[in-house]
Structure formats: structure tokens, C-alpha cells
Design a protein around this ligand. Structure first.
Ligand SMILES: *Cc1c(COP(=O)(O)O)cnc(C)c1O
Length: 378
């Protein structure tokens, strides 16, 4: 018998209301009953995305929405500017490659945020750039980019701004309209507190023009078909009915709390996590640009980072994430995204302390829990 705690950057824990909604009997999608649900979902998503733009709901993980963005706005031979500051920035490049789109790359050191001035320079130097592809929270490093500043730069060019907000949406602020984000993509299993399986994509009027002109192959993710259906409160294919029912419950919870309170809670969870790991003598991977979504921590010398993550999970039921790609074994990541409250953080830190102690790391037992507790007392 064992309790499980999920402190990973997707999937994230499910609120009881969301789980209960998924146990309801399934209904048919071409019905007035489902149309009402779809309408509620569309309105609720606009609230979370902070936009008036259309938002399409796809039956896919977040990457499907990324692919839909590229396939619908860019054509073979087009040029896109990709900001690569980690594994998920690289995914934009890979998708461009798959569609024959030439990617100009701004390589940002992993652990650092993008500099909007670099984007401005590239846009000036190459007027062929049709889209700027970047990431709200680069989950692989824990770093959040300044989307507002990037939006100000891209707004004055011909290019559209495309933001991967798969992790971060519903956790930290993202003002789609005020920050001039033409396309925002997201997924269900992170800040939105749902199981994986839904992709979301919002489209501004500037981006909608590109969708009409794209020569890329597309069928399932054809947003022209999706738009025709959306205008009739419908979907082109069978939607993920159960997940959309659950989405409305999650959106209700976010609305009840209000976005400001939701962002403030994430900020507090992040602050407590950072204080805790520092109190244990550990070093943050991104001391300057770390987000309130997920905290990346350097594995201390002499400790096996993969064993740390594995022991926490397999022996004690507390799942955090290790490092990806070049950061494998070098960092671990504690997510505080979605349905996470202060005592989830306390459990995570307490388990981290126990396993660090067992692995022979020297520190004062309880120092992390105490530091987190002090943040929560404020
Ligand atoms: C999780 C994540 C993705 C991938 O989403 P999937 O739902 O696994 O397809 C892409 N970008 C970022 C920033 C992510 O955190």
C-alpha cells in the first residue's frame, strides 16, 4: 500500500472534481448537450488564454498543437526563426525540418532566457522570416521567457509570434492579446490539471491570414476545417469528449480562484521550493531566470542524480523529474504546476532530504522543510 505524489512537469495531479467528471457516462458529440459543453470550454479557454482569438481543441498531446501551428502557417521553403534554449525549443526546429521549412536558430545557453534584442536583430537582418517560434516555459531547464518583451519586438514586423505555452499556461501569466501572441499552443496535462490528450491552439487574425495561404500538407490538423466546425460549435472529427467534459471542471476551478490568485499560488510554491533546496546547500540550475512553473536543481557532486530520482519514486512514491538530453543525471526538476499546494511541496522536500541523506549527502536534516515552511508562514 502506498500513496503517490506527482511533482513532475506533466502530467500533474488531478483535482477530485476533474476525476469525478471523467467517471460520468459518455454522451454523443453531435448533440445539443455536447455543443453546450463545447461552448463552455471555448469561453473558459479564452479566459485562461486571456484572448478574444479563436481557440481550437485538438485530440492530441501538446506536440500535436505545435505541429498544427507549423503546418498551418508555414509552407515548404519558408523561413522561421526558432529560439532554442532547451529540449522544447529544439522541438520547434525538428517540426520545421519535417515540413521542409528552413529554421534560423538563436541558440540560447541552456538555463538562460532569450534576449528580445537578439530576435529584433534577426528580424531586421532577414525580412524573409515569417514566424518566430519560442517557448513560454522551457520545461527542460525551468526557465521562463519574457513573452511580453518578445511580443513587442515581433509585433512591428511582418512575422507572427508563435508561443509554446504547453507548460506555463494556467501557472504563470500569459496575456495572449496584450502581448501580441499570434499563436499560442498548449496541452492539457500541465497547468490545466487534466490528463494528457488535449492540445489547444489560439489563432490571431494576423495568423489566420497565413493559414489560408499555407501550402503544407495537412489533414487531421487542418485548421481551415477546424474553423468551419468551430463557427458551428462543432469539431471536424470525434472530439475527446470525456477530456473536454473534464476540461470544463478544471476551467471552473481556475475561474473560481481567479487567474491572479492562481499565479500567486504558483509563485509561492516556487519560492518555497527554491528556498528549500538552497537551505539544503544545493544550487539552482537557473538562479536568475528560473520560472514559477518548475525548479531545476543541480545534482551535488558525488551524488547519482538518476538514482536520487529513481529512489524517491520507486521507494517512496514521490515522482520528480530528472534532467533531459545533455542535462541527464546533472539536474533534477521539481514541478509546482497545476493542482499543487503547500503540503505537496513539504512532502516533496521531505522525501528529497531523506533520499539525499541515504545517498550520503551532508546537510542538516530538516533544513529544507523548515525553509519551505517559513515561506508558507509569511
Ligand atoms: C511537455 C511539453 C511539451 C510536449 O508536450 P506533449 O504533451 O508531451 O506533446 C512541449 N513543450 C513544452 C514546453 C513542454 O513542457
Amino acid at each position: 500500500m502506498r500513496k503517490n505524489y506527482l511533482l513532475t512537469p506533466g502530467p500533474t495531479p488531478l483535482p477530485p472534481e476533474v476525476r469525478a467528471a471523467m467517471a460520468r457516462p459518455i454522451i454523443h458529440h453531435r448533440t445539443p448537450q455536447f455543443q453546450a459543453i463545447l461552448k463552455e470550454a471555448a469561453d473558459g479557454l479564452k479566459f485562461v488564454f486571456q484572448t478574444k482569438n479563436d481557440i481550437f481543441i485538438l485530440a492530441s498531446s501538446g506536440t500535436g498543437a505545435m505541429e498544427a501551428a507549423v503546418a498551418n502557417i508555414l509552407s515548404p521553403g519558408d523561413t522561421a526563426l526558432v529560439i532554442q534554449a532547451g529540449k522544447f525549443g529544439e522541438r520547434w526546429t525538428e517540426i520545421c525540418k519535417a515540413y521542409g521549412i528552413s529554421a534560423e536558430i538563436i541558440d540560447v545557453e541552456w538555463g538562460k532566457a532569450a534576449d528580445p534584442a537578439d530576435i529584433e536583430k534577426k528580424l531586421k537582418a532577414n525580412p524573409r522570416i515569417k514566424a518566430v517560434l519560442l517557448t513560454l516555459c522551457e520545461t527542460s531547464t525551468g526557465v521562463a521567457n519574457d513573452i511580453a518583451a518578445c511580443g513587442r519586438v515581433v509585433k512591428n514586423s511582418e512575422a507572427v509570434l508563435v508561443v509554446d505555452a504547453i507548460s506555463g499556461l494556467g501557472a504563470i501569466d500569459l496575456k495572449t492579446d496584450d502581448w501580441s501572441c499570434d499563436i499560442v499552443v498548449s496541452g492539457s496535462q500541465k497547468g490545466l490539471m487534466l490528463p494528457p490528450g488535449l492540445g489547444f491552439i489560439s489563432v490571431s487574425p494576423k495568423a489566420a491570414k497565413l493559414i489560408e495561404g499555407s501550402r503544407s500538407p495537412r489533414y487531421y490538423f487542418d485548421l481551415r476545417k477546424a474553423k468551419q466546425a468551430l463557427d458551428k460549435t462543432d469539431t471536424p472529427f470525434t472530439p475527446a469528449i470525456t477530456l473536454i467534459v473534464a476540461l470544463n471542471e478544471a476551467l471552473k476551478l481556475l475561474k473560481q480562484d481567479g487567474l491572479e490568485a492562481v499565479f500567486a499560488r504558483h509563485k509561492k510554491m516556487a519560492e518555497a521550493t527554491r528556498a528549500a533546496v538552497k537551505a539544503l546547500g544545493l544550487e539552482l540550475f537557473s538562479p536568475k531566470d528560473g520560472s514559477d512553473v518548475v525548479t531545476a536543481v543541480k545534482v551535488p557532486a558525488g551524488i547519482d542524480g538518476e538514482k536520487l530520482v529513481k529512489t524517491m519514486r520507486d521507494t517512496y512514491g514521490v515522482t520528480i523529474a530528472g534532467g533531459q538530453a545533455e542535462l541527464k543525471g546533472k539536474i533534477f526538476r521539481i514541478a509546482h504546476m497545476g493542482f499543487i499546494e503547500e503540503f505537496d511541496i513539504i512532502v516533496g522536500i521531505s522525501c528529497l532530504e531523506k533520499v539525499l541523506a541515504q545517498l550520503g549527502y551532508k546537510f542538516q536534516m530538516g533544513a529544507g522543510v523548515r525553509a519551505a515552511g517559513e515561506v508558507f508562514l509569511k
